[in-house]
Design a protein around this ligand. Structure first.
Ligand SMILES: [Ca+2]
Length: 298
């Protein structure tokens, strides 16, 4: 399934620094809000929509990687009109927008990405998020849970703290995005992948603390790979997978060389690890930076 990149930031070149990345695939204004045609039932209603019936918002994660939800509204009117939907989140949660407004022909739906932040000290529990149009209200419960209580699907790295050797500051490439649970390359430059700051200079490292000693025998790495920016030119080519325990020395458990695919799986003998890291050694040629979408450990 192709998911539209949302919330992409404009690329602003800095004198003396080579570009970090291919430019965003479409202008940020175009990708942060998406409008799609459909069929109007002619009821006159403005129907709120959400990409999920609940949102799990982990507690204590890096604020650069908040929980996200696709929200929208669909016109079932007979005529085109300006439509407005209000977004309300229970305190202390905060939503990245208080309102969604768009000119909507009948049957059309407008969608946007909503970021929901959980401030430090928020109590665990279920909070309200309401999407209100003049004709109806859609409630999406937000479950605030500690990272230890997340359903991680076996991925030990999910939502764990991430540190990187550098971070490009020209756009939105936070290191925590490699452990946010989103493997899709389509959110590139919109907060869903890490881009380092040192072009054509290696190695680059990104490390994930697993929250205690864990048995690890597999690491999956997802690198930038879209139709326009294929991994064979923009993705990571060579890297080592390392682990360590007790703050001891890093131990290489797997090596990947010559990768041209969007993802690569490394299997190795089970080892007790508190931290996992990827040591990036080379990319596939285009403005050689390290571009990693997601790292998963099992
Ligand atoms: Ca990601």
């Amino acid at each position: 399934m192709r998911i539209l990149a949302a919330g992409a930031l404009a690329f602003v070149p800095v004198l003396g620094a080579p570009p970090a990345t291919p430019e965003p695939e479409t202008p940020p204004q175009a990708v942060s809000v998406q409008v799609e045609p459909g069929v109007s039932k002619g009821t006159g209603k403005l129907v709120p929509t959400a990409g999920a019936d609940r949102l799990v918002a982990p507690l204590g994660v890096d604020p650069a990687c908040p929980a996200t939800l696709k929200i929208g509204m669909r016109s079932e009117a007979k005529k085109a009109a300006y439509a407005t939907m209000r977004v309300e989140a229970d305190s202390p949660l905060t939503a990245s927008r208080a309102m969604l407004t768009s000119y909507l022909p009948p049957g059309y739906e407008v969608r946007a990405k909503l970021l929901v932040a959980v401030p430090p000290g928020t109590a665990e529990g279920t909070y309200g998020l309401r999407l209100r149009t003049p004709s109806s209200t859609l409630k999406v419960p937000v479950e605030v849970v500690p990272v230890d209580g997340l359903d991680n699907g076996g991925n030990l790295a999910l939502r764990r703290p991430v540190t990187a050797s550098s971070q490009h500051t020209n756009a939105n490439y936070p290191p925590c995005s490699v452990a946010d649970g989103d493997r899709s390359s389509n959110g590139w430059a919109g907060g869903n992948g890490w881009n380092d700051a040192t072009a054509r200079s290696w190695p680059d490292t990104v490390a994930i603390a697993l929250g205690g000693a864990r048995q690890v025998s597999r690491v999956d790495l997802y690198t930038l790979d879209t139709e326009r920016y294929p991994a064979s030119r923009y993705g990571l080519r060579d890297w080592d997978v390392q682990v360590r325990a007790g703050g001891g020395p890093w131990q290489t458990v797997a090596q990947v060389r010559g990768n041209t695919a969007g993802s690569a799986r490394s299997d190795f003998a089970p080892v007790a690890a508190e931290d996992v890291r990827v040591v990036a050694l080379a990319s596939n040629g285009a403005n050689d930076y390290t571009r990693i979408i997601e790292v998963e450990a099992r």
